[in-house]
Design a protein around this ligand. Structure first.
Ligand code: FMN
Length: 114
């Protein structure tokens, strides 16, 4: 069993990271493997709404000019995911929104699995 946690803050040791570490420590105690992926501050673009993932149906985003497919693969291989984000103007960070939009659309295009 493995859980992957995304830190949506560009501050690798900030409040979001500290919160995630508290949660992951509990999971570790239960014998669950964990990994923190530093998402904030990484190169991730928004969804192009190109719809190509609906044609290819290969569990991947057709946009290849950033790291999103690496993150999608990590989600695919995990048994559970946690998405941590700081509040930015009453919303999640841009990187987290990009992850949710693109991974979500790829998932919807592939029978709900990402
Ligand atoms: C661009 C930006 C926008 C923010 N917007 C809000 C906000 O709308 N509401 C709020 O309570 N805090 C806001 N904050 C503060 C952060 O959410 C807060 O400091 C958070 O704990 C930072 O998490 P981190 O240490 O993981 O980066 C904002 C911070 C930044 C940099």
């Amino acid at each position: 069993m493995k859980v992957v946690a995304f830190n949506g803050s560009p501050r690798a040791n900030g409040n979001t990271a500290q919160s995630l570490k508290i949660v992951l420590a509990e999971l570790t105690q239960e014998g669950i493997e964990t990994e923190i992926v530093q998402l904030g501050g990484r190169k991730v673009f928004g969804c192009l709404a190109c719809g190509k993932c609906r044609e290819t149906k290969d569990n991947r985003c057709s946009r290849k000019d950033d790291e999103m497919n690496t993150f999608i693969q990590k989600i695919e291989e995990a048994d559970g995911i946690i998405i941590g984000s700081p509040t930015y103007f009453s919303n999640v960070s841009s990187e987290v929104k990009a992850l949710i939009d693109r991974c979500g659309y790829v998932a919807k295009s592939n029978g709900g699995q990402c």
